[in-house]
Design a protein around this ligand. Structure first.
Ligand SMILES: *Cc1c(COP(=O)(O)O)cnc(C)c1O
Length: 379
């Protein structure tokens, strides 16, 4: 296989340890969306015994986790379909569902009586969950049904990563605190786990940490945003965040040169003839394109690394191929490794770099790497 993704288990572990130290609370490894493209099974194996919880999007992902790890608590955070409930009936350690309406709670009880669930409340994201009067109705319902296996209360922040001022998150947290007080009285003897924070809030808002933090992007060694990174360094300067806190990227994406083409100055490269070199050039073809998750928006923008040097992507990204300029890289040959994301000698190209070139966020870059490309666990 020419194209492959390397995942460093030691980086995943180190990032988890840094989060545990920085937050002093339970840590959920968020492995949804095929572990942000890093491979769900492989990452489940890598964090086994290190994470207090695993967070996934769907029942299908919960089952994939259970095949590798039969004991770490799993939270299914996305919308789920009652047609899939029978799939999780038999596990000793049951995947915990996230529900947000009375109808969903009833439906779960009809299909899987006594199955554990967390209630998600809306505090300002306006996605899943209720607030206000309709939330009070849910609490009344839960209070009137002590037989329900309700075991957690959660919410999700809308605006931690895009800003350095956390007023909006603070308002959401205040609403969560109000909801929590009602939840405690509705729960009766049931013990609830409370959680609100993803990577950004876990670092920046100590009061959001509660019983556990749900760490996704930063588990993989990426910062949620530039703003979060800046805010975190301010906290380090104040001494609120330990100066040893660091994140190590876990993923490197590599391929190999499959063809080299010598072209004369002015010759067009690729669809639309969008690039013509001003000098005679050597062009390498790499077998990744937008199908493989190398986004078309990277056309004429991105760099890859070959023999420790940067090779610009020239012309448009094709469906399964790109062309890069290797005129200045004398030792590049067919079979040479090209690093699409990662480090090669002194140079590196990060998921953040690709995100900047694409006009998106690092989350989208790694989740889009085609799942069929082999993921290899290293060290
Ligand atoms: C994806 C997700 C997270 C993790 O967010 P990161 O910013 O990647 O840390 C946490 N909580 C919920 C509900 C999510 O959907």
């Amino acid at each position: 296989m020419h194209t492959y993704v390397e995942i460093r288990a030691s980086a995943l572990k180190s990032n988890l340890i840094h989060f545990r130290r920085a937050t002093s609370t339970g840590v959920m490894a968020v492995l949804k969306s095929n572990a942000y493209g890093h491979d769900l099974e492989l990452c489940t194996r890598a964090v086994r015994g290190q994470a207090d919880w695993i967070g996934v999007n769907s029942i299908e992902e919960a089952i994939r986790v259970r095949k590798v790890d039969d004991s770490t608590p799993v939270l299914v955070m996305g919308a789920n379909d009652k047609a899939d409930y029978k799939e999780i009936a038999s596990y000793a350690s049951k995947p915990v569902l996230v529900l947000s309406t009375i109808d969903a709670i009833r439906e779960l009880e009809d299909h899987l009586p006594g199955h554990p669930f967390h209630l998600k409340v809306d505090t300002g994201m306006s996605r899943l969950g209720h607030h206000g009067v309709s939330l009070q109705k849910i609490f009344s319902y839960l209070s009137a049904h002590p037989e329900l296996n309700w075991c957690g209360l959660m919410t999700h922040f809308a605006n931690v990563e895009d800003v350095t001022d956390q007023t909006y998150a603070q308002e959401q947290l205040n609403r969560f605190d109000e909801a929590s007080a009602f939840a405690v009285s509705a729960a009766g003897n049931r013990k609830l786990a409370f959680h609100t924070a993803a990577s950004g809030a876990a670092l920046l808002l100590p009061e959001s940490r509660r019983d556990l933090v749900r760490v996704g992007i930063s588990l993989y060694g990426m910062w949620p945003s530039r703003e979060t990174r800046i805010s975190a360094s301010a906290l380090t300067a104040q001494g609120t965040l330990d100066s040893s806190f660091k994140l190590e990227p876990a993923l490197q994406w590599k391929t190999r040169i499959v063809h080299i083409n010598a072209i004369t100055a002015g010759t067009a490269v690729g669809y639309g003839c969008t690039y013509r070199p001003v000098q005679d050039s050597n062009i390498a073809v790499l077998p990744v394109g937008y199908f493989e998750g190398y986004d078309r928006r990277l056309s004429n923008k991105a760099h890859v690394l070959i023999s420790g040097k940067r090779a610009p992507v020239i012309g448009r990204v094709c469906m399964n191929m790109i062309m890069v300029d290797i005129t200045h890289i004398a030792d590049a040959k067919v079979g040479s490794v090209a690093t699409l994301i990662g480090t090669d000698e002194k140079e590196s190209v990060t998921a953040d770099d690709l995100a900047d070139w694409m006009g998106t966020i690092n989350y989208e870059v790694t989740t889009k790497i085609e799942p069929g490309i082999p993921r290899i666990l290293v060290d």
